[in-house]
Design a binder for this molecule. Sequence first.
Ligand code: FNR
Length: 401
Amino acid sequence: TRINQILSLRDMEDVALKVLSHKAMAYYSSAADDEITNTENARAFSRFFFHPRVLRPISQVDPSTSILGIKSPIPIFVSGAALAKLGHPLGEINITRGAGRTNIIQMVSSNASLSPSQIAAGRLSPSQPLFFQLYKNKDNAIAAQRVREVEELGYRAIFLTVDAPVSGNRERDIRAPFVLEAQEREAEAISRQPDDVEKEVEGQVNFYGTAGALLQHMDLDMTFSEARDVITRKLWDHAIYTILGQTIPWLRKVTKLPIVLKGIQCVADAVLAAEAGVDGILLSNHGGKPCCRQLEYSLPPLEVLYKIRQQRPDVFDKLEVYIDGGVRRGTDVLKAVCLGAKAVGLGRPFLYAQSAYGEAGVIQAVRILQREIVLGMRLMGATNVNELVPEMVERVNWQPL
Ligand code: FNR
């Protein structure tokens, strides 16, 4: 399929399906348990309808915004997803270059198949912004070293993933061993030490591991100093409280960069994050990935955003709120922005785009979204993102077919 025949992100996914190995596709697309949450992330958008305004001048439409003070031509960014090289030999560099050409911001995964320095070197210019997604090592010294490294490389924000890995659901592992291997690669990547970056620089990442090694090396405590206690009692509020009480002040001391918590999944934690004074929260359930603390039946991020809007709109004044998970259309972006999201992240769509067409695929994906966003704004009667307001969307209590 020629790239100019790709008209939507779904078209892109279809091409990726054809070019990706079975294994890579399984890794990219898989989700937890019955994959309800992953499916619902996308379906949630179809419960929100617009109240478009007419008779407004719409010849000039400006969909640009700022994310943590950085200009972005549309309210989207790349959410960090692991192992882009599974889909294309250049891996994350495709995304870096594509993002550079379209001026959008790429969040780089802690588990990228290239090192933070390789990705930084792949930028079109040193001023091209990158964010870094951090899986915090349980050893504060190692974690601090990582944060300082990316700060020195010019990364502009730390997205601390708080839906941190604990031992994943094994169901899919049993049924599909190829997924297990991919999961192990990610798990091992999570646990790798800074020394391993050296190996990566030579392009030889040792990703092989066993299930035993997974449990042995993976930092199950991640950001929670009392992880075992938290898991036993399943008190999410307590969990986030522990994080805010210990990790955030620590991270503040380590870096001057803005801090965003990635993986907030309820109103209470959004409020705690605001109280802790972080710069932003990314409402996310990790796109439903099984390797992580992705609770099947955690609410779709769009619904969490809606609840914050209804219950605690003051949160939007204290920090920037983003969502990711299931965003596939310009209208999805607009719904989130109307409800107060500063921007939305996309994970899989960029993995698929770079797998299918390399850098050009990433550029095409952004252009598709840009076109859909501008068209949507015109049809809604909004000339800039400030005119996208909560009154323009309505949540219906039925699910369209
Ligand atoms: C992810 N995600 C993720 N998140 C993170 O913090 N660190 C990581 O290394 C990864 N790795 C990863 C791999 C793959 C294959 C997927 C699909 C996802 C989650 C990611 O950042 C984001 O939250 C979701 O991808 C958003 O959902 P969509 O856009 O994929 O539906």
